[in-house]
Design a protein around this ligand. Structure first.
Ligand SMILES: Nc1nc2c(ncn2[C@@H]2O[C@H](COP(=O)(O)OP(=O)(O)OP(=O)(O)O)[C@@H](O)[C@H]2O)c(=O)[nH]1
Ligand SMILES: [Mg+2]
Length: 634
């Protein structure tokens, strides 16, 4: 049976989990629609998810749709868990982007839509909560077109919007007004379709053209509805079946896939969630997994002991995994989230979203728990490598990287529930970065044979890059001028040394080029190359100097006019840089930038000074040079 791996994505609270529940109900998988508010849904299964009513981890459920198995991935919307969304994005054949009819397009909606577009993931839009007071239709459609894409087509209209009786009347190609609107959008998206239209408008197959344009990410049908009342959801289901692609996959050949989730089953056994691109996976299969570590690719061998695939809802059955399916694979002891199976080519190159910009020191409430805590943190990192547990040099305690305060709570709760370790955190602080200030070069030439301590010639150039471009390493010498082992030794050392710049922060937004090499047959060792490279980089960093930068968020806040002074004072104390400001008789609006470190404090204080009426949205914008004396790490 063919598979469709479908992601449900949206900003926080848009109704993804409720919609998942409704789709399962409509497919006959569950006989009662669970509710997020009473903690009874299929996909919010962690204790903390049920207690807080938010999704923290992506979850997979399956249902059948006219001979198609849909593996649905319900993702979290809270920005602290964007890493989960990132991993889900790598395995999707299609997506439903949910927007709330009341809250409308949010910063996160734009981020997600841009990413889906960039990856070419065919995407339908679902405007949820049409039953809620304040739900909008026409002007929301205008917002969607303006803020997301002009290539949208509303697939129905809502009657009695904003009431519990809201119903959706789907459009069809029998309706001339809808057909005209569809033709207008479709001709703008394809010159061939435009030519065919000019040739003979009556011979057009608009539905087939719409499917073709959706599948290539050039058009997006928009469905209105309510996950809670079920209005409009049947039309969405029809759209999923009709317009999203069901890729053909090769069942022969080696299994190739991506690990997008890792769980620990009872007895600490690891369960890898694999989206299989081609080939099959059966028990006793020997698999090779690949992982990028410090710029080079490492591989691990593992033998599969058990395979289960998603069958109905959250239930899985023992089976041979077919291409296109999502399988739970046991037996791969070394496996980590993000690993590629069967082929290096399946490895992701870089992330779609900015890595965490905050960090905190975590210490056990009971000092005897130090070693178990280290072990537990490493185990968490297998599921979420971005947490990146590392030793904080000043406090000599473990530190973890975070997207925000809610994630801190999740880490604490996982450590408590799964490992029985109570922890305390230090105050969250921003992770700064260092950018080299100018281009520098250095060369170490080996002296006469057997007289130099290091038998290695290495030339390096360090060049500042564009802000946000990351760290890149490249060769300006022939690949063959150095053996593979020695070349790797240089590259690894570059990544390792630049993890700590002059102030202790990671060095980024630059290029390091290998400009000269030399070695002597068996006499030169990888260690010679490591030590020379580290020595040169140290010199070069000192000579170039670095600019320390801090993470900065853009923000937008709306508040009752009378509270303007208090809001501006709070923003000022948070070192905000205000870019735009205006007010009407009732409402004030301010937008600008503030250090990421200050965001949580502002979020906490705004409700108190605005009687809970402020609307605050924010997202990471960029790293900016800090004023005054740069802070040192640790
Ligand atoms: N009235 C109404 N409420 C809805 C609808 N869909 C969801 N809700 C409510 O909105 C809240 C959030 O719903 P969820 O389904 O948890 O939203 P989510 O997008 O999964 O949230 P996160 O996973 O935390 O990002 C809950 O209180 C739901 O009951 C809807 O169609 N109508
Ligand atoms: Mg949810």
């Amino acid at each position: 049976m063919p598979f469709l791996n479908l992601g449900i994505l949206a900003h926080v609270d848009a109704g993804k989990t409720s919609l998942t529940e409704r789709l399962l109900f409509n497919a006959g998988i569950i006989d009662r629609v669970g509710s997020v508010d009473s903690g009874s849904t299929q996909t919010d299964s962690m204790d903390l998810e049920r207690r807080r009513g938010i999704t923290i981890q992506s979850a997979v459920v399956a249902f059948q749709l006219d001979g198609l198995t849909v593996n649905l991935i319900d993702t979290p919307g809270h920005t602290d868990f964007i890493a989960e969304v990132e991993r889900a994005l790598r395995v999707l054949d299609g997506a439903v982007l949910v927007v709330s009819a009341v809250e409308g397009v949010q910063a996160q909606t734009r981020v997600l839509f841009r990413t889906l577009e960039r990856l070419g993931v065919p995407t339908l839009l679902f405007v949820n909560k049409v039953d809620r007071r304040g739900a909008r239709e026409d002007d929301l459609m205008r917002d969607l077109a303006e803020m997301l894409s002009p290539r949208l087509l509303p697939m129905g209209t809502v009657r009695a919007i904003g009431t519990g009786d809201a119903e959706v009347a789907p459009f069809g190609f029998g309706d001339p007004v809808f057909t005209e609107q569809a033709v207008e959008m479709l001709t703008a998206g394809s010159d061939e379709f435009l030519a065919a239209y000019l040739d003979d408008p009556d011979a057009l197959d608009c539905d087939a053209e719409l499917a073709a344009q959706v599948r290539t990410g050039r058009a997006h049908p928009v469905y209105f509805g309510s996950a809670v009342t079920g209005a409009g959801v049947a039309a969405l289901t029809d759209g999923i079946r009709r317009y999203l692609p069901v890729p053909q996959r090769d069942p022969e050949g080696e299994p190739v896939g991506t690990v997008f989730k890792v769980e620990h089953a009872a007895a600490g056994q690891k369960v890898a969630y694999v989206r299989l691109r081609s080939g099959r996976i059966a028990p006793r299969e020997q698999l090779t997994t690949f992982r990028r570590v410090d710029g080079t690719v490492e591989s691990f061998e593992g033998k599969v002991t058990a395979v289960e695939v998603f069958a109905t809802g959250t239930e899985t059955v023992t089976a041979v995994a077919e291409p296109g399916s999502i399988a739970k694979v046991k037996g791969l002891t070394e496996v980590r989230i993000g690993d590629a199976i069967g082929s290096e080519d399946a490895l992701a190159s870089g992330g779609f979203f900015t890595p965490p910009t905050l960090e905190t020191v975590v210490r056990p409430a009971d000092p005897h728990d130090r070693i178990p805590l280290n072990r537990a943190l490493l185990s968490l990192a297998e599921r979420d490598p971005l947490v990146d547990p590392h030793l904080d040099e000043l406090s000599e305690e473990m530190a973890v990287r975070l997207y925000g305060e809610v994630q801190k709570e999740v880490v604490a709760s996982l450590l408590d529930e799964e490992f029985g370790i109570a922890v305390e955190f230090e105050e969250t602080r921003a992770i700064h970065v260092e950018r080299p200030a100018r281009t520098v070069e250095a060369l170490h030439e080996m002296g006469p044979w057997q007289q130099t301590p290091h038998i290695a010639t290495v030339g390096l150039r360090l060049e500042p890059g564009e802000p946000g471009s990351g760290l890149h390493y490249g060769l300006e010498v022939e690949r063959g001028s150095l053996t593979r082992a020695l070349r790797n030794a240089v590259e690894e050392t570059v990544h390792k040394v630049l993890r700590r710049g002059l102030y202790g922060w990671a060095v980024t937004d630059c290029r390091v080029l290998l400009t000269a090499t030399g070695y002597i047959g068996r006499a030169s060792t990888a260690n010679d190359f490591r030590e020379v490279t580290a020595f040169l980089l140290d010199l070069m960093l000192k000579e170039a100097g670095t600019v320390v930068c801090e993470p900065v968020n853009s923000f937008h806040v709306e508040f009752p006019s009378g509270t303007g002074n208090a809001v501006l004072k709070t923003l000022g104390e948070a070192r905000s840089n205000i870019k735009g400001q205006f007010s009407t008789e009732t409402t004030g609006y301010v937008s600008g930038f503030m250090p990421t470190e200050a965001v949580h404090g502002v979020e906490r204080r705004l409700p108190g000074i605005t009687e809970g009426l402020a609307l605050f949205t924010t997202e990471f914008a960029e790293y900016r040079p800090v004023y005054g004396t740069p802070p040192r790490r640790g």
